[in-house]
Ligand binder design. Structure first.
Ligand code: UD1
Ligand code: MG
Length: 457
């Protein structure tokens, strides 16, 4: 199977400097979705016809299985396919896809490919209540005779509701024969790919049609409104799949998955959560409202309370995170770790049963088991030029408002008094405290307001 993806158009109606096919849907460029579907149906080599935004498109999506064909200038869909022909193997049929039709499904393409066999032209068509703008499928006695573009159609043709989605499969040798013969004597002065249908009919080749399972599969994106519409369709589909697999969603209309979300059994997700990259939620995980999770793994039974931001992190089983916690890249929490509100963790490991429940910064630290970090504990990991590690061994208790000036180690079982600024290692099993001695002044009087205050001398 040869696959040619048309992606040279500018996308004027996006009103954007970004080439249309690079606009993201569910966090992935439109063209990326089409490429992935082409790979799913087993395409070994995919030809992308590119033009507008040239190198930017290539650089964003380049891969060894893509052959890039530059179309410059863009003279129409027929001219676009012609640019891709040198990459097509003549013995296998050619599938034409559009880079701005992102949600086409492999199952529909399989049916189209099957219908084409080796010697037929197969068109993916749909019946629309409002066919405006599309090419119409003209039939005589039920047989397709040609496609007429909206701009070239007369009143009767415009009334036809069967439209050309643009996606088709053609025998490659015939395609190579037809394309150079296209003419641009039409309303748009373009080489229309759709004119190959009449050419096939003239050669008595069979022209068959297949319909998509769902109309949204063949919807193209020309504007930000259409982009948002298809984004919702896609998210609704993902939500449906998650629920089919047993995930509880508080509201399937309020979840966004921009990548892969894997879920175990009895996972619950509250409203307005965003999942990016690869996220794995193990059995019985619950995610509170308004969380953003990116590239992370959450262990069995762990609970993420509302308003957490978690990126490139691992949360161990039965841990509790949030509300309002931030786990930055390189965070690894063990089993039953508690990270509370306004706690930030970065590039640190925190072992089993340890807690940082309030207002702390843990950066570049290795923290043992059963450690208690008091409210306001700060690792001072950065001297303005370099970063250093803090090591806190098992069973340590850190009093509130403590600064640990790295590099520094707190020995096993040590206690740091509240307010300590630790600049040297703290020995195990001892109380270490750095604090000005507390004094009280007997007979001291609080100043009172004076009607005629005298200036102090
Ligand atoms: C095309 C079809 C029309 C169909 C509609 C479905 C033709 C002549 N018409 O019309 O029958 O109903 O799609 O959406 O084929 N492209 C290039 N190079 C070009 C021109 C287009 O790569 O020179 C690409 C575009 O980037 C886009 C696709 O081909 O991905 C379709 O082009 P577009 O201009 O949208 O075609 P339509 O006029 O909508
Ligand atoms: Mg179009």
């Amino acid at each position: 199977m040869n696959v040619i993806i048309l992606a040279a158009g500018q996308g004027k109606r996006m009103h954007s400097d970004l080439p249309k096919v690079l606009h993201p849907l569910a966090g992935k460029p439109l063209l990326g979705h089409v490429l992935d579907t082409a790979r799913k149906i087993g395409a070994e080599k995919i030809c992308v016809v590119y033009g507008y935004g040239g190198e930017q498109v290539r650089n964003a999506l380049n891969a060894p299985d893509i052959a890039w064909a530059l179309q410059e200038p863009q003279l129409g869909t027929g001219h676009a396919v012609l640019q891709g022909m040198p990459f097509a193997v003549p013995s296998a049929p050619t599938l034409i896809l559009y880079g701005d039709v992102p949600l086409i499904r492999a199952s529909t393409l399989h049916r189209l490919i099957e219908a084409a066999g080796t010697g037929s032209l197969a068109l993916l068509t749909a019946h629309l209540d409002n066919p405006r703008g599309y090419g119409r499928i003209v039939r005589v006695d039920d047989r397709v005779t040609r496609i007429v573009e909206e701009k070239d159609a007369d009143g009767a043709e415009r009334a036809i509701r069967e439209i050309n989605t643009g996606i088709l499969v053609a025998p490659t040798a015939a395609l190579a024969r037809w394309l150079p013969g296209l003419s641009k004597r039409n309303a748009q002065g373009e080489y229309y790919l759709t004119d190959i249908v009449a050419m096939a009919v003239a050669e008595s080749m069979s022209v068959v049609t297949v319909h998509p399972d769902a109309v949204w599969e063949t919807e193209g994106i020309n504007s930000k409104t259409q982009l948002a519409t298809l984004e919702r369709v896609h998210q609704r589909n993902i939500a449906a799949q998650l629920m089919e697999a047993g995930v509880t969603l508080a509201d399937p209309a309020r979840i966004d998955v921009r990548g892969h979300l894997g879920c175990g059994r009895d996972v619950g997700i509250d409203v307005n959560c965003v999942f990016e990259g690869r996220v794995e939620l193990a059995d019985r995980v619950s995610i509170g409202a308004h969380c953003l999770l990116k590239n992370c793994r959450i262990g069995n039974g762990a609970r993420i309370a509302p308003f957490c931001h978690i990126e490139d992190a691992i949360v161990g089983p039965d841990s509790i995170v949030g509300p309002y916690a931030r786990l930055r890249p390189g965070t690894e929490l063990g089993r039953d770790v508690h990270i509370g509100n306004f706690v930030e963790v970065k590039n640190s490991s925190i072992a089993d049963h340890s807690k940082a429940n309030h207002l702390a910064y843990v950066g570049d630290a290795t923290i043992g088991s059963r450690v208690n970090l008091g409210a306001g504990t700060i690792t001072c990991n950065y001297d303005g030029a370099n970063k250093f590690r803090t090591v806190i061994e098992d069973d340590v208790f850190i009093g509130s408002d403590t600064q640990l000036v790295a590099p520094v180690t707190v020995g096993r079982g040590a206690t740091l008094g509240a307010g300590t600024t630790l600049t040297k290692d703290a020995p195990p099993d001892q109380l270490t405290v750095s604090r000005a001695k507390q004094t009280s002044i007997p007979g001291w009087k609080r100043p009172t307001k004076n009607a005629n205050p005298k200036k102090k001398v």
